[in-house]
Design a protein around this ligand. Structure first.
Ligand code: MN
Length: 720
């Protein structure tokens, strides 16, 4: 690059053209200070370093930004690359500009932490970036910085060039898009494309130029027709056309696997008019000349895109039968489409920006159009696209996202339950802090554990995430349950003494077992705990057992029998447990429990489709586990077959061959050729079921064998 050093005076002139009474002194001081600090430094290309901040400032002036943004552009690399300290910068330019430069330096730090990232984290990085930024000007300066770096990237070594180009494509071009800056986005994408696929870039560029040449007469004709159309109807307006940027065409070719000759919308016409009614009028007139392609009329005026883009789009069939796109919009909409949020920034003359605090001035200068201010714009952007989240790093550079307000406790439980249960303190960005310290964007968090630490009740106040709260509660509950069991035993024994019976006798008679079933608990321990917690009165447990002879048993709804004492609810209290009928989990399956309304804990296979729906109610989830693999379990099996005699016998045999029992069986024939058998079979576990299914599938004439919703062909299951 041997371009002449850009002149500060030219940039100043550029600013004064749209902002005549800008703070010239501030800009000049920023320039001189930057020149001094960067003195003697050279870029990899060999040119003086100062070229870079000047070019960034020029780009910002081209966006018509205010002097704060331009001064920040001039100073943006000082903290990172020179001897200038934050204190010195603040003394010279005040806290505001310093905070913007600081934020830019922080982005560079984040980029470094992300250099070794997995590709899938680009989205996370974009979120983190937008979430951590207080002032949109930081992003705008960053984008200008990146645009100039991309333009001068040719001198860098290949791996570094690829990394920066990839980062530009995955992170900064999408941010420009989110901010509605169409022109900058296209520029960043094409610059990155040229680096990442130089061969294809050159080839496509040549092809497009060729196509453009061939299409020239057609372009001229269409343009003329459109211009005449405006004249004839006395609509003030202009007609432009443009070829889409290379990267967008290339992605389309890649995505659809087609050749360039099949891309019809590589060129688009644009009609810029004065007002909204004219937009719709022009649309109607165009459709009278050329037939619209059905389904391709888009009204982004009535329904603006999320990034505030507004325009009417239509695709029509051209004079020689080829489709092309026309975009119709007002001057204002066009500016927003090209410059996005920067268009909202435009300095308004006579606003008296210097009388008010900078922030207010900035907000007010942006009160234009349907977006009230850029802060709203930024907030709505975050709200729409990114929930309010905080992004933090583990010491190894992994990114963990948390809801706002989350603390080091949440971080600890996110790392691992054991880390949470044993966490004694935290180190955030190298400093020792209390566990209740809220996490902030970009924090590097390290959890300190101690083998003697246990969860405390006040942690519940500090934890924000459901996971941390659940784990803390589970641990506390386990502790409390032991105490409750003790208390329950004492209470029940005292009640028994009053009634003149002993628990030992009741246990031997089996009547204690019966009363447990009545109360929906599976184990004596759970019954005792329920008494200890005060949820069941000892009298209610014992009174029915010692009632006078002949009196009918008290009628109360009988809960479902468990039959599944081999499933335990971890760390929880006395719950009735049953296997969900949609997936009929078997030993060997991964299982999860959900607390149902009034029926105890439903145990599902972890891959049951109903579980995915229930995940939205995470607070109902409890940990369950198989305890031993004894017993047999009922599972429905549906067998379809081509009707033939002896099928029922063959199927029974296939089941019996595998050592399973048929508990019930229902046969139906649909017509001469087809029938189904619905079986309930009893198996010992998952593997056993698999063997039975294989055996059934091997029976001659059997066409389909299905079972639980999570296995084989899906069947509608019952939700809990
Ligand atoms: Mn820079």
């Amino acid at each position: 690059m041997s371009e002449p050093l850009p002149r500060f005076e030219d940039i100043l002139e550029l600013v004064q053209a749209y902002h005549p009474d800008c703070d010239e002194v501030l800009l000049r001081r920023a320039y001189v200070f930057s020149a001094m600090a960067h003195k003697g430094q050279r870029r990899v290309s060999g040119e003086p370093y100062l070229v870079h901040p000047l070019e960034v400032a020029r780009l910002l002036a081209q966006m018509h930004l205010d002097e704060i943004a331009i001064a920040t552009g001039l100073l943006h690399d000082l903290l990172e690359d020179t001897w200038v300290s934050e204190e010195e910068l603040a003394a010279q330019f005040g806290e505001h500009i310093t905070s913007l430069v600081r934020a830019l330096t922080k982005i560079t730090t984040m980029e470094r932490s992300f250099a070794a990232r997995q590709a899938a984290q680009a989205e996370t990085f974009r979120r983190m970036l937008l979430a951590s930024i207080e002032d949109v000007r930081v992003i705008l300066v960053k984008l200008a910085d990146r645009a100039h770096n991309m333009e001068t990237i040719g001198v860098l070594a290949e791996p570094r060039r690829r990394r920066i180009a990839t980062e530009t494509l995955e992170i900064y071009a999408p941010i420009a898009h989110r901010l509605g800056m169409g022109a900058l986005k296209a520029r960043l994408e094409d610059l990155a494309f040229a680096q990442l696929h130089p061969g294809e870039y050159a080839r496509l560029k040549a092809q497009l130029e060729q196509r453009e040449k061939v299409a020239a007469p057609l372009i001229a004709e269409i343009r003329q027709v459109l211009t005449r159309l405006l004249e004839e109807h006395s609509i003030a307006g202009k007609v432009h056309w443009r070829v889409k940027h290379l990267y967008s065409i290339w992605s389309k070719l890649e995505r659809q696997g087609i050749g360039l000759d099949r891309v019809y919308d590589f060129l688009a016409f644009r009609v810029i008019v004065d007002n909204v009614p004219s937009c719709y009028a022009v649309l109607g007139l165009i459709h009278q000349i050329w037939r619209p392609v059905p389904g391709r009329i888009k009204d982004f005026i009535a329904m603006p895109k999320a990034n505030a883009y507004q325009s009417l789009h239509t695709s029509v069939i051209g004079p020689q039968g080829q489709p092309f796109e026309v975009q119709i919009r007002t001057q204002k909409m066009d500016e927003i489409a090209e410059r996005g949020i920067a268009a909202h920034w435009r300095y308004k003359e006579g606003h008296g920006a210097r009388q008010e605090s900078e922030r207010i001035a900035w907000l007010k200068s942006l009160v234009e159009g349907q977006l009230d201010n850029p802060r709203d714009f930024l907030n709505s952007l975050r709200l729409d696209l990114y929930p309010e989240e905080v992004y933090t790093f583990t010491p190894r550079g992994e990114v963990l996202a948390f809801p706002q307000g989350a603390t080091a406790i949440d971080f600890a439980f996110r790392v691992h339950t054991e880390v949470g249960n044993r966490c004694a303190g935290a180190r955030i960005n190298g400093r020792l802090v209390p566990l209740r310290t809220p996490l902030r964007n970009g924090d590097i968090v390290e959890i300190i554990t101690s083998p003697t630490q246990v969860p405390r009740r006040d942690w519940l106040e500090w934890a924000v995430t459901a996971k941390a709260k659940n784990k803390i509660r589970a641990w506390l509950n386990r502790q409390e349950k032991d105490q409750a069991v003790d208390a329950g035993r004492r209470l029940l024994e005292r009640e028994a003494r009053k009634l003149g019976v002993t628990l030992k006798r009741l246990r031997e008679e089996g009547s204690l077992q019966k009363v447990m079933t009545d109360h929906g608990v599976a184990k004596e321990e759970d019954l005792l705990a329920a008494i200890g917690y005060g949820r069941i009165a000892p009298r209610d447990v014992l009174a029915p057992l010692v009632r006078p002879v002949g009196e009918p048993p008290p009628s109360r709804p009988r809960p479902l029998p468990t039959g599944d004492a081999v499933i335990v609810v971890k760390g929880a209290r006395d719950f009735l447990v049953y296997r969900a009928q949609c997936c009929n989990p078997l030993p060997g399956d991964e299982i999860v429990g959900y607390i149902t309304r009034g029926k105890g804990v439903a145990v599902h296979a972890a891959n049951c489709p109903n579980v995915r729906r229930l995940l939205f109610a995470a607070e109902r989830e409890v940990e369950v586990a198989w305890e031993g693999e004894s017993g047999s379990y009922s599972v429905p099996v549906h067998v379809s077959f081509e009707d033939r005699t002896g099928m029922l016998a063959a199927i029974s045999k296939a089941v019996a061959d595998q050592g399973a029992n048929v508990r019930s069986c229902h046969l139906s024939t649909h017509d001469e050729s087809l029938g189904t058998i619905d079986l309930i079979i009893e198996v010992r576990g998952r593997d056993h079921l698999e063997r039975v299914l294989a055996s059934l599938r091997a029976v001659a004439g059997v066409t389909i064998v299905t079972t639980r919703v999570n296995q084989g062909e899906a069947r509608r299951g019952k939700a809990v």
